[in-house]
Ligand binder design. Sequence first.
Ligand SMILES: C[S@@+](CC[C@H](N)C(=O)[O-])C[C@H]1O[C@@H](n2cnc3c(N)ncnc32)[C@H](O)[C@@H]1O
Length: 226
Amino acid sequence: MRKYYQAYEDRYKQVHQSQNKPWAGDKPSLSIENLLKKYGATSKSSILEIGCGEGQNAIYLMQQNFNVEASDISAEAIRWCKEKAKLAGVDESKFFVMDILNNNLNEKFDFIFSVAVLHMLVEDEDRQKFLKFVRDHLNKEGKAFVIVMGDGKMTRKTDPSKAFELADRPFEDKMIKVATTSCRMVTWEQYLQEFKRAGLNIIDHYLDRTISGFEVSMVAVVEKST
Ligand SMILES: C[S@@+](CC[C@H](N)C(=O)[O-])C[C@H]1O[C@@H](n2cnc3c(N)ncnc32)[C@H](O)[C@@H]1O
């Protein structure tokens, strides 16, 4: 049986087939590049994106000469990324399908980042699996940037059994029917506690209003606790 957090596959298929456009647009969030530079990433640093969706961030970073591999659970998302990577003249083989809740890589990274993925995970157990994947795949001095929807005050938890149901959602200047997907928003206190439980130290945390597609996002910069 498909897990609720696979519902984006349906949404991407619906939008790509009916609109031939990306659901999330093609504007990268410059915050990621700024964070990579702030924490000393160079073209030699190994970087993993978790839940890259339609690839706007990974493709942009590859164009800036960063060494990025990017993964998503959705085969449709990765098909789209490979097509766009080819057009952008970057290495399409760096994109691959992976459910990070049920897989591991034989590699550790200097940087891991993820934009708007953890808030899709509604169940505590799944959220801990996500954070443990991050911890287990960071190099000793590695840093991760985990960005989720939220303002640190509002809480929300959708019913996972409804994730695949079709609903009207705004797309450009019209409404279209897409899979509902899932969402859990937590307070800062809960968010920071989740990192600690998973063995991650918080280096910095703040709100960011520049992440594409979201009014306000919570950014956590973390590293492995010793
Ligand atoms: C809200 S979208 C964000 C996509 C992209 N990061 C962006 O900013 O546009 C969430 C993404 O997380 C992916 N995802 C959800 N659960 C996942 C999992 N267990 N492993 C890998 N990717 C997952 C979805 O397929 C979807 O592409």
